[in-house]
Design a protein. Structure first.
Length: 254
């Protein structure tokens, strides 16, 4: 039997916060959520591994406790396997590099501030939806098209649910009046904002219509103040992407 080599890929993108053993409440849950989601993000970026590579979420046991991380078990004599592992060992810098939100948002000392996804499958579904809508609106990139294809091939059930959501969104035209100042029916997918609160911040060059979707493309235009509304004031690109990366934030035009 061929001896399998092991590459240790980590538990989350290099520049992101992650669950901290001994500090984060319910550490096991959040650690595994991040590791399984990170595995999906790696597949989005580099595709599913060849047959001679097993991309696994493996426990690491130490005196201070057990945590999970992504590992690649592979035949180092197989060139395709070695090439794939060499690529993924570089890892990702940030979740958003491949369209994912940070699964868990942390506060001081590893505390949990909020959760964007409950499961890996939800993360994949929502990432497909966000990237597909960006593509449909004409703002997608070749790299993002590759991420979509890779996720669809590796996670067909999540892709099917994403397509159902895309179909629902494409036919939904409900417009809320300003007195309905609350998150819309697709929470956490959609927020409703109003013209007097954001039009002056969008700048010229946008077509009028009953509903306009704000996309990640708009958030990349180096504006200093991106969105102001009754729900939130967004002044930085990171805040804007965290709020609207899935770009189902629908802006009501009077």
């Amino acid at each position: 039997m061929t001896q399998m080599a092991i590459a240790y890929i980590g538990g989350a993108p290099a520049e992101e916060e992650c669950a901290q053993l001994g500090h984060t409440p319910n550490f096991g849950r959040y650690n595994r959520l991040e590791v399984y989601t990170y595995k999906a993000a790696i597949i989005a970026r580099w595709g599913a591994p060849p047959e001679s590579v097993k991309l696994l979420a493996e426990p690491c046991r130490h005196d201070f406790g057990t945590y999970y991380e992504v590992q690649a078990h592979y035949d180092e004599d197989d060139q395709a396997a070695a090439d794939y592992v060499a690529a993924i060992e570089e890892g990702l810098a940030r979740w958003i590099d491949v369209g994912f939100l940070q699964p868990v948002v942390y506060g001081p000392n590893g505390s949990v501030r909020s959760i964007n996804y409950d499961t890996r499958n939800e993360a994949v579904q929502r990432t497909i939806v966000s990237l597909e809508r960006q593509r449909i609106e004409g703002f997608g990139t070749p790299a993002e098209a590759m991420y979509i294809d890779n996720l669809r091939a590796a996670f067909p059930d999540a892709a099917t649910r994403a397509d159902a959501m895309l179909s629902q969104i494409s036919t939904e035209r409900q417009i809320r009046r300003p007195e309905h100042r609350r998150v819309g029916i697709y929470f956490p997918y959609r927020l409703t904002f109003y013209p007097e609160m954001f039009n002056k911040h969008r700048g010229p060059g946008y077509l009028d219509g009953d509903v306009i979707d704000v996309t990640a493309h708009e958030l990349r235009l180096a504006r200093r103040s991106y969105i102001m509304c009754d729900i939130a004031t967004v002044k930085t690109l990171d805040e804007a992407l965290a709020l609207c990366w899935e770009h189902m934030a629908r802006y009501v035009i009077a």
